[in-house]
Design a protein around this ligand. Sequence first.
Ligand code: NAP
Length: 499
Amino acid sequence: MATTAAQAYKNFIGGEWVDAASGETFESTSPANGDAIGVFPRSGAEDVDRAVAVAKEAFAEWRLVPAPKRGEILFRIARVLEGEKAALTDLMTHEMGKVKAEAGGDVQEAIDITYYMAGEGRRLFGQTTPSELRDKWNMSIRQPIGVVGAITPWNFPVAIPSWKLIPALICGNTVVLKPASDTPALAQRFVELLAEAGIPDGVVNLVHGGGGTVGDRLVRHPDVRVITLTGSRETGVEVLKAAADTLTHVHLELGGKNAIIVLDDADLELAVEGIVWSAFGTSGQRCTAASRVIVQRGAYAELQKRLVERVEKLRLGPGWEDDSDVGPVINQRSLEKIHSYTEIGNGEGAKLLTGGEVASEGDLGKGFFYRPTVFADVDPQMRIAQEEIFGPTTALIPVADLDEAIRVSNGIKYGLSSSIFTQDVNAAFRAMRDLEAGITYINAGTIGAEVHLPFGGTKDTGNGHREAGQAALDVFTEWKSIYVDYSGRLQRAQIDTEE
Ligand code: NAP
């Protein structure tokens, strides 16, 4: 592991590592066995105010650094991240709990977005367009906005901070990061690496602490121009309300209740692979997790049989052990919430096919392990089919045909990811058109985003923005339209029209 037990960590403000003004701390522990990861500053409003002031000052210079030069620093960051991939992966298996292959994927997403955005330093394209008047030049350019407050969850503890910080930086903004209280060491290591790679002092700042204190102050601070939050719908609503008085731009990536549709003609073996990966990868704690599987009746019995066989072979264990398939969930609260949904499902009359209990044999009892859980005969209106459980639980919903499958898939408040397994090209194109979601996969599960495409959702999953791809630039820049009149006389648009 990259850290020593109970190592003391600090905030990063203006290029210096500092304690919280109050001197208070909190601890991060491993969800797999309770081991101490480190002790972190329990910061407050005063610490946020210092970080924002420093970031605001740094913005004055950073915005003027040519974007290709900012890109060169990002290329260095990408290479530093590559060099540290193994250590970050190992730390992630301990602090967040996901298994090694997935933790490596999390770090790889950070590397990928950094290379992608580094190249953007030589693009950041605006538009030039003809003027309606003679001897006049029209163009639009992207401009940085100012101080960005980034508030991140624990489930992608390196990837999500990178998806926010790296695009913000290439566009010329400065940042204050408030990471999740469950994964502060990973955020800290990420910021250390940015500093090592040459991000100037004050351009990236890190303030550890709680959502209701540090996060809330960041959102309400009048000098923070953009808040980018990935988290639950409930937090998104709170943040949006808190940002209203200052008219701060708010970018929200929120929850999901994603479904995989399996039609009668699907390759069932492939579908089972996709369901297992999407429902139980990261112990179901992905915003894109497949917590519903909508199955056409002709395939329903066979799919259940094959799925349960596969799920029961999954091995629970700490993420750092090579043969672990499913790691722990993040904390005791989460474990209890997940189990409460098993009880809700049982109470609603769904059929529990497998799982449905805390796994506590041997060393598993030291951590927060929940057995992969499959419910069958689920009605689309049941709470287990409507609410985000954020754990290793999925619900099989039988349907008659494609029309019903699409109706059921869309019949939720969220709209993040969606998927269909079919060999019928017409059905696939109907799904691409009609599924109400920001992402649709054909013959793949609901997870597996690539960084050069927009990522995000419709309906209650967000507020219309997207992360990653070119779309991310819209979160972190504002358009300026520029008109240059070189006629030497006052030409009035819409009025002085030439014959
Ligand atoms: P969360 O409880 O909403 O927390 C997210 C972040 O917001 C944390 O840093 C949290 O701080 C902070 N926070 C909490 N209350 C706040 C407030 N009033 N003001 C400002 N900040 C506040 O979510 P989570 O449990 O970490 O993550 C799971 C959720 O994220 C799920 O709903 C999942 O679907 C969603 N998610 C969405 C995406 C996506 O791209 N759409 C990706 C990943 C996850 P503390 O940690 O200190 O509480």
